[in-house]
Design a protein. Structure first.
Length: 124
């Protein structure tokens, strides 16, 4: 009986050590958001040309160079980027980005296709 108790104590201690070391590892994120948080806050707060351009530049970087564990564009980025492009008058580019959102995230089709329909029929 003592033999099993000694084994059990060693096992529990070993498991605790592994858990402690594992918790010290760096965590990885699914997506790389670059400076999205700061730039989107600035855009919502100020809504001037400079803040819009910074946000667009961040979106472009997120789309052109996606990193993170999934190595793909975060959900909603293409849609938001496309919508801002449409508002700035770059309609074909904006529609392409909206379609990319559907391509990357098919579950968004029901919502995004309605937006595309309104833009194509001049209801924006």
């Amino acid at each position: 009986m003592k033999k099993y108790a000694k084994f059990f104590v060693r096992f529990v201690f070993g498991a605790a050590v592994v858990i402690c070391f594992n918790s010290c590892l760096t965590t990885t994120t699914k997506y790389n958001w670059y400076s999205y948080q700061e730039n989107s806050y600035d855009y919502l707060k100020k809504s001037n040309d400079a803040s819009v351009n910074r946000l667009l530049k961040t979106y472009k970087k997120m789309i052109d160079a996606p990193t993170g564990t999934r190595a793909c564009v975060p959900p909603g980025v293409c849609a938001d980027y496309g919508w801002i492009l449409v508002q700035k008058g770059f309609v074909p580019e904006g529609l392409e980005m909206l379609r990319n959102e559907i391509k990357f995230y098919p579950e968004s089709e029901k919502f995004i296709s309605q937006i595309i329909g309104r833009i194509e029929y001049g209801e924006n």
